[in-house]
Design a protein around this ligand. Sequence first.
Ligand code: AKB
Length: 319
Amino acid sequence: MKMKSVLVTGSLGQIGTELTPYLRNIYSSDKVVASAKNITEGIENVTKEGPFELVDVTKPEEIKAALKKYDIGTIYHLASLLSATGESNPQALWAVNMNGLNNILEAAREYKCAVFFPSSIAVFGPGSPQDKTPQDTVTRPTSIYGVSKVAGELLCDYYHQKYGLDIRGLRYPGVISNAALPGGGTTDYAVHIFYDAIRVGSYTCFLREDSSIDMIYMPDVLEGAVQVMEADPEKLIHRNAFNVSAITITPGKLAEELKKYIPGFTISYDIDPVRQAIADSWPNSLDDSAARAEWGWNPKYGLEKMTKDMLNVLSKKLN
Ligand code: AKB
C-alpha cells in the first residue's frame, strides 16, 4: 500500500524547524509536508528540502486543501502561541491554539488522519502538587496558554473516544534547542542564556534565581514525538498528554553549570512579573513514569550533556 504523507503545522517554529528534517530523514523528504502561516527568513532547509505549503490553522479550508493535495495520514500539529505571548493577547492565543486545534481535529476526522498534539506543563496550576507532579492530578492553570492546553487535551480525548481518531501527545516542559529561537515562552531564558553566555559572557534573566522548571533538550523532543506516535496502541493507557521530562533546573543552577565552561560568566536578574507569575504557577518538577512505562520514554540528555552540546553547537554557529 502507498505510504500516506505527514503534515507538520507550525513547521518554522522552535520545534518544527528541527522536527521537519528529522521526520524527512525517517520517512523520506517528499513524504513530509512542512507548513506555516508565513514564510520566515533563514529556515530554507524546511521550506526547500521537501514540500512546503502556506497553511493558516485558523482557516479550515487551507488545512483541508493540504490534507487532500498531499494525501496526508498523520498531522504533527505544532502551530501554537506560547505562554507569555498569550498573556499579552489572550484572544489571539485562543484563536490560534483552540480554534486552530478544533479545525485540525475536524479536518483529521474528515480525512481520517492521526494527530500529534503537543501539550505543556502549563496545564498545571497552583493547586497541582508542585514536586514530581503526577501524570493524573489537578489541572487548573492560571495562564490562558494553560487553559488552552487543558481544553486541547480534553478535546483530543473526545475526538478519540467519539470518532476513534488516533490522537497522541506529550506535555512538554521547557524546550532547549540551538536551531530556531523560541518566542514568547516563559522557559525561553534557558535558551537565551546560552546565546548571551557565548556572545557577551553575561545574561540578565527575567525569572528569579530559584525558579525551578523542568526542561528537555531537542534531540529528546524529536525522538519522543515519533516514539509516542509509533508506540503499540495496546500498551497505551493514557495515549494523550504524557508528562515528559529530563532536566530539573533553576536559572541559578544553569548559570553554575555554564561557569564550568565559561569561568567569567555572570548572571543578573531583572524579573518580569508576568513571566514570573506564570513560572510560579507551574510545577518545580514532573513525574514522567507513565511515559517511561507505557512507551519507553528514556531521554538521553541530562544537564551536563545538554550544556556541553549546546555550547559546542552554538560556539560554532555564533563563531
Ligand atoms: C512556554 O514557556 O510557554 C513553553 C511551554 C513550557 O509550554 N515553552
